[in-house]
Structures are given as C-alpha cells and as structure tokens.
Design a protein around this ligand. Structure first.
Ligand code: X8Z
Ligand code: ZN
Length: 652
C-alpha cells in the first residue's frame, strides 16, 4: 500500500499492494461489483470524488491493514486467504478510482484536488488487472510469495531447519569458517527456488494492470511517483550514483584486500567480493566485517554489540535470581524466562529509540504501540521477521513488527522503523490521500537521519560505550563503522530495481532472471557468487522486497537524502565543526524543523517539502561526500599501489 495510507502500511512494511482505497460502508464504490465500473456514469464533481476517495481510504484502512498484519504475523492458509481477499477487494476498488480519476481535467481543479487526482494515477506499486479472475490470481500469488518468504527455512535433508535469523547469525559470526558461510548462504537461497514460477506470472499480471492504467509496464508506474517525468527519474538516480560511486569503489577495494588477507585467493573473485563473505545474505550491510575492517584496533571502543548482549544477560540474570535461580525452574519455565528477558530487552531498545524522538520534542508513542507491536519472534508460529512499521488506521494507531535481537544492526533498525512511525504520526492530520511520504525515499530517510546522529558522543550519552577517545584514529574508526552500513548499501539500493525494471519492461527474460541478477550485482556492487548460479535458482526471491513487492529505489534515494536532512538539522541546531561530529539529540529547533517537514506528508510535490527543510529542491550526494571526506582520503591512502576495480563479466 503505498500511496494512500493503507497502501502505505503495506508498501513500507510488510506487504503487498499498493493502493488501498475503498469503503466498506458508505457507497457503491465500496463493493467489488461497483468498483471498476468507475464513475464514468456518475455526475460527481472532482471535489466530491476526492472527498469520497479520502473517506473510503479512511474507512477501509483498518480492515485491510488488519488482514495484512495477520498475514505477516500468523502465517497460515487462513490468514493468507483473508489477506488476499482483503487485497482483492481493495485493489478492485482502487482500479475504479484510478479509472475515474482519469476522467477529470486536472488543470481545471483546485490544487488539492488536482494533487489527489495525480497521486491516484501514479501511486500503484501493485498495478492490478481489471479482469476479476486475474486480479484474484494476482493477490493470491502475492500472498503466497510473501508467506513463502516468511516461512522460508534452510533445511539439510529435510531436517535441522534454520530460519532467516539463524542463518543470519552464521553469516555474522566471525568464527564461522569459509565453508560454513558458503553453506549458510547457499542454504538460504534455496527458499526462493519455488517462487520463480509465481514471480514470472506475477510480472505478467501486474504488467497487464499497468498497461490498463496507461503505462508501458509496472516499472514505469513505479518511476512515475517522483513528481518528475518517469524518463527523467532513471537519469536522476544515475546522476546521484555517479556522485558517490568513487567512494564506494574505494571501500570495495579496501574490503576485498582485507578479505584476501584473511582468506587468501578465496577472498576475491576476479576483483569482486565473494557473496557469502560480507557478513550479510545480500551484501547490503558490511557491519559484521568489523573485526577484519576496523582500521585502528580498539580505538574509540564502539563495541555496541557487546554492550547490548551484556544488558540482555543482566536482565535475564535478574529475572532468574528473582525466581530463585535456574535450578528452581522447570525446563518449560526456563524457556519462558528467556523469552521474557528477550521481550524486556527488545522493549528497552525500542524505548531508547523512542527517547531520541521525544528528546526532539515529538510525542511519546501511544500506549497501543507497545501493547500491539510484535517486538520479538514468536516461538509458536511462522511470521515475517523482516522489520516493518504500520499505520493501522488513518488516526495514529501505529505498530512495528520486528524480531529484535540485542545487536547494533537491530538497534539502528528500530530507529529506522520509528522514523516511519513518527512520519505517520506527524501527517495524520492530513487528508488520508496525503498521509504518505513526500516521496518514498523520504519515508525511508526519516529514521536513518536520526541514525547518523548516533555519534560516539551520543552512544556514550546513552551508556552504550565509554566516553569516546578523541583522535584522528577514532574518527576513522567511527567513519568506517558508518560507511559499512551506509556506503556499502548504496549500489545494492540501486541494483534491485535495475533488475526489476528490466524484468517488467521485458529486457530481462524469465530464462535469464538469475544471470541478469548476478550481472547487475557485479556491475554495481562488485560482488560475485563463488559457485555457478544457473537458472535453476531464483536468487532475487531470497531478498524480502522481491517476493514482498516493495519497490527498492526508495532506499537508494534515502541514503542520499538522509545526509542532506542531517546537514540541515545540524544547521538548525547551530552545529559547528565537521559534519560527521554533529549530534542533534535533544535539540528542539532541529526537532521543530523536522516535524514541520514531516507534517506535510504527500500534500505537495516533494521538491517543495525538500526546499522547506534544506533550502534546495534537488537530491544531492554532496552531503554524503562531505560527511565521509576523512574516510575517503584515508581509503585512497590505504589503497595506494593496489589494483582496485573488478572485471565486468560478459553479458549473457
Ligand atoms: O527493509 C528495510 C526496513 C523496512 S522499510 C527494515 N530496509 C531495507 C532492507 O532491509 O533491505 C532498511 C534498509 C534497507
Ligand atoms: Zn523502512
């Protein structure tokens, strides 16, 4: 769900669809039979139509999101049936709205009505065919793929099955051997093999929907949502990538050299980084390589993982001692007390993140947030562990869904998710159709901007690390820590939709799905699998957003935008000195500026919203380069005399 609010819940978070529009109560458009017929015959004025759309979205959102929430937190055949039925109804009604929106002369409307008509036409992340049988088939496929990903496990001979959390732990563990890493990486990718057929059909069906809406294909719909011509958007993304690519290439080179130091020849494939060696299943975040990449051993002591694990152990120890010691507990009680400790730790981590936002003057989270969110992985059922943030209605009922573990990556993900949550809360006063990000990259950037403010000083202020050392070495260490999360991510943020755009426009054919995936991984990221990944595999399906149908360029844009937002908030806070030292925690002026930007939602073109916060109307990578200037200089120095770069494999 993306552009309308209910849509939003799904796009950002867990699911599938795109638009949620409709009403279950108020008028004929609220029923599948009437929806799709559009109001060609109706005498509704555009203003009346927009009012009805807004009311419908408000009315239908709770039901659609509840179905999606169940589908993601209680995966079974029943919840999938309910979820796809809700989507079917919702997409049918949305198709009717899109059709009717086309019948009005946008130029003749007042600005607010014109904007809603525009948003209706460009906001479908899941364009659905009009044919009811095909639409139903599409929603079933989407639910099935989402469920399959959520349930996905790597099993050896049908036994000893591991879920994504367990596989990720093997990948992240510095003690895992090369072969263990390879087995875990390949093991996870087995979950996607059965999705290939569904995905191929999914592409046909959603392309049919896109064509009926007047677009060339689904990728074109996705590229249309940026208040600029779709054709310009691709060039804009290329321009931004061009700005940061040299920095990425230095980081890739340094990392590869360290892997070669550790693994010898096996640390590189023709200059590329072996896909199973980055500490992450998709090579999108290299933070787990810290033990081999830390520039100056121990300088600045940023052992956040250690601190969080200790906190969790302390919570458990306290609970166990209150219960009279482990020996006093049955096996079942021991399991239960571990779980209670996990929940308590996850809650504390979430409250820590919340305190950053309230420290900026934003409201406390509503009590239902803690009562209804899923913070840890349930033991008794399959869920989609991939983190997500949900607006359950248009009035500020919000939740997150995560399987929190006590580590640094998860901690920053909570800050990220609360960024979505605070955006929902900030724009809840807007009409439902404007309850969305200025564009989807804005939504992804809110929390990450806060993460940039998690400087060593901030981490010390919340007691996670000791008062940091001040030295050039400490700066490089701290910059490296941030770069492994942010810079390593950038080409990944771009390549996923390069693949999907090609799939949707037909330039990547089903018989080439996997080959094209690895060509793009090579081209943008300089990573490669060590074994053959032929067409018997479907490696894109092993990444949540592909079966979950969440467009991905938003994350690339967010990684540019968040540095621009950060710089502006630092200016607002009166920060002086190098950009990377800025921590705007507890600064009311920064909070006020941020909230004012967020309150706008999607009510105006993003360029305007951007201007109000940053003074400029363009996305721009120069703040990234300013931030990482010390590290970039250092990397260039380290890489001197090395042959950086990699061979581009021949195109299939
Ligand atoms: O999917 C997410 C968030 C939810 S919107 C956890 N992210 C991307 C990913 O994990 O692939 C955040 C960064 C990139
Ligand atoms: Zn997000």
């Amino acid at each position: 769900m993306k552009s309308q609010r209910a849509l939003l819940a799904l796009a950002i978070s867990a699911s599938l669809f795109t638009l949620a529009a409709c009403s279950k109560t108020d008028n004929a458009a609220g029923t599948p039979a009437a929806a799709g017929t559009t109001a060609a015959a109706s005498n509704e004025t555009a203003d009346e139509f927009v009012a009805r759309v807004n009311k419908t979205v408000k009315d239908i959102t709770p039901e659609i999101t509840s179905a999606a929430w169940l589908g993601a937190t209680f995966i079974n055949a029943d919840s999938q049936r309910l979820e796809s039925a809700a989507n079917e109804r919702f997409l049918t009604i949305n198709n009717g709205f899109v059709e009717q929106a086309k019948s009005y002369d946008v130029a003749a409307q007042n600005p607010q009505t014109a904007r809603v008509l525009h948003l209706l036409k460009v906001s479908a992340s899941l364009p659905a065919p009009r044919d009811p049988a095909k639409l139903k088939e599409l929603t079933e496929i989407v639910s099935r793929m989402g469920g399959e990903y959520g349930k996905g496990k790597w099993c050896v001979d049908g036994k000893d099955c591991k879920d994504i959390g367990q596989v990720s732990e093997i990948l992240a563990n510095p003690a895992s051997t090369y072969e263990e890493l390879k087995a875990a990486w390949e093991g996870w990718h087995t979950i996607a093999v059965p999705m290939r057929k569904d995905y191929q059909r999914f592409v046909e069906l959603t392309n049919e929907g896109a064509t009926e809406m007047g677009f060339g294909n689904t990728g074109e719909v996705w590229r249309s949502g940026y208040d600029m011509p779709a054709a310009d958007f691709q060039a804009e993304a290329d321009r931004l990538w061009g700005q940061v690519q040299p920095l990425y290439e230095q980081l890739q080179c340094y990392t590869r050299e360290k892997l070669v130091e550790k693994y010898g020849e096996q640390g590189s494939v023709d200059g590329m980084i072996p896909a199973h060696l980055t500490g992450n299943l998709w090579q999108q975040d290299w933070g787990n390589l810290w033990p081999i990449l830390e520039p100056y051993k121990g300088v600045g002591s940023l052992d956040i993982n250690g601190a969080l694990k200790k906190q969790r152990d302390d919570i458990l120890a306290e609970m166990v001692s209150a219960a009279g010691g482990m020996g006093n507990l049955t096996a079942a009680e021991q399991v239960e007390i571990e779980r209670k400790a996990d929940i308590e730790m996850a809650t504390r981590m979430t409250k820590l993140a919340e305190s950053f936002y309230t420290g900026l003057g934003m409201p406390a989270l509503p009590p239902t947030f803690y009562a209804d969110s899923m913070l840890v992985q349930p033991r008794d059922r399959d869920v989609v562990c991939h983190a997500s943030a949900w607006p359950m209605n248009t009035e500020g009922e919000v939740r997150i869904k995560m399987c929190i573990k006590p580590n640094e990556e998860e901690l920053t993900t909570i800050y990220h998710e609360l960024g979505h949550i605070y955006y929902y809360l900030a724009y809840k006063g807007q009409p439902p159709m404007f309850q969305n990000g200025a564009h989807d990259g804005f939504h992804e950037a809110i929390g990450d901007t806060i993460v940039l403010s998690m400087t060593p000083d901030y981490l010390a202020s919340i007691g996670l690390v000791d008062k940091p050392a001040v030295s050039e070495e400490a700066v490089i260490n701290s910059q490296m820590r941030m770069a492994l999360a942010k810079v390593a991510f950038m080409p990944f943020g771009l390549m996923i939709d390069r693949w999907r755009w090609g799939v949707f426009d037909g330039s990547i054919k089903p018989e080439n799905y996997n080959a094209a995936w690895w060509e793009l991984k090579a081209k943008y990221q300089g990573v490669a699998p060590v074994g053959a990944r032929g067409e018997e595999f479907f490696d894109p399906g092993a990444k949540y957003h592909v079966p979950g149908n969440t467009p991905y360029t938003r994350y690339f844009l967010s990684h540019i935008l968040q540095f621009q937002f950060y710089k502006s908030l630092c200016d607002a806070a009166g920060h002086e000195g190098p950009l990377y030292t800025c921590n705007f925690a507890n600064n009311p002026e920064a909070g006020k500026r941020y909230w004012a930007m967020m309150e706008r939602g999607a009510s105006q073109p993003w360029q305007q919203t951007m201007k109000e916060l940053t003074g400029g109307e363009q996305m721009d990578g120069s703040a990234v380069l300013e931030y990482f200037a010390p590290l970039q200089t250092w990397l260039i120095e380290q890489n001197k005399g090395k042959t950086c770069g990699w061979e581009q494999p021949a195109k299939s």
